[in-house]
Design a protein around this ligand. Structure first.
Ligand code: C2E
Ligand code: MG
Ligand code: MG
Ligand code: MG
Length: 278
């Protein structure tokens, strides 16, 4: 009967919740060990400047090679790392690893590192940046930190002063995934920035949707007017590339130019991205 069915459904729902909680617990336990078991590495995706058609840098993207699960994408463990506080240790490793690897590249290309909102709020970020640069010998001008808008929602003047501190070190600051978070034009008035990264979703939509095309055009122009260069993320086709070039976007990133790849290690392809690939 209906009542019985209802009870069954509640039980199934409870079981589902329980499974999800158990799964989360397992993932968390594994994540706690991942660092000491050397399961992390960084993949680097090239950044191409459009005026010279030249690779000018790379974004470091965290990869977790799990012995049973395989490659766990950052979207499925970064939020957990943030909730559990593990992001502090992981984020610090990412920073040191990225600076260390970039310092060994035979060129002047920059490395962009994603910094989570949790790290950004920590008073230790500045000293971690300084320490990573000192330890690696990487010149500060070759390091860029990427922040999403969610990192920039709180106390405006406080954020502006942290950004200014970072830039005083000579490190560059990029706003990541622009347009997808709590975008506010006030941010652009208030915060010192070196780059605006236009989210992939706009790039994809711009080809088919005239409004999205208008939005990308306006953001590129906005960047130009406030003296902050724009970079479009997730460029996959020649058509998208030409569209962005025509709009005057300064730089692009995406599978068309290069997928994230290791730059060192045993893989013979690993050294490939060090040469200009596009
Ligand atoms: P993000 O910083 O916006 O990085 C861009 C994401 O888009 C990367 O996904 C990249 O692999 C993917 N991508 C690049 N080009 C293309 C393309 O042409 N097509 C498509 N479909 N995708 C493209 P990934 O590596 O899975 O990283 C996802 C997100 O995880 C990143 O988004 C970033 O927010 C976060 N993340 C990655 N590494 C770190 C890290 O070291 N620390 C922190 N805090 N977050 C990280
Ligand atoms: Mg990023
Ligand atoms: Mg992004
Ligand atoms: Mg993104």
């Amino acid at each position: 009967d209906a009542k019985h069915q209802g009870k069954g459904r509640v039980a199934a729902y409870r079981n589902g919740m329980l499974e999800a909680a158990t799964e989360r617990h397992k993932l968390e336990a594994d994540l706690r060990q991942a660092m000491s078991l050397n399961q992390f590495h960084l993949a680097y995706q090239p950044v191409m400047e459009l005026d010279k058609d030249e690779i000018v840098g790379y974004e470091a993207l965290l990869r977790w090679e799990h012995p049973e699960r395989g490659m766990v994408p950052p979207a499925s463990f970064i939020p957990l790392a943030e909730e559990t506080g593990l992001i502090g240790e992981i984020g610090r490793w990412v920073l040191e690893e990225a600076c260390g690897e970039a310092a060994s590249w035979p060129n002047e290309r920059h490395v962009a590192v994603n910094v989570s909102a949790v790290q950004f709020r920590s008073p230790l970020l500045l000293s971690h940046l300084t320490a990573s640069l000192a330890k690696s010998g990487l010149p500060a001008r070759r390091l860029e930190v990427e922040l999403t808008e969610t990192a920039l929602v709180e106390d405006g003047p406080k954020i502006a002063s942290v950004l200014a501190d970072i830039r005083r070190l000579g490190v560059k600051v990029a706003m990541d995934d622009f347009g997808t978070g709590y975008s506010s034009l006030a941010h652009l008035c208030e915060f010192p920035l070196d780059r605006i990264k236009i989210d992939r979703s706009f790039v994809v939509a711009a080809e088919e949707n005239s409004r999205a095309h208008g939005v990308v055009m306006a953001v590129v122009a906005l960047g130009r007017h406030i003296g902050v260069p724009t970079l479009a993320e997730g460029v996959e086709t020649k058509e998208q590339l030409e569209l962005l070039r025509n709009l005057g976007c300064e730089a692009v990133q995406g599978y068309l130019i290069g997928k994230p790849a290791r730059l060192r290690g045993d893989d013979p392809r690993s050294r490939e991205p060090l040469r200009a690939t596009a």
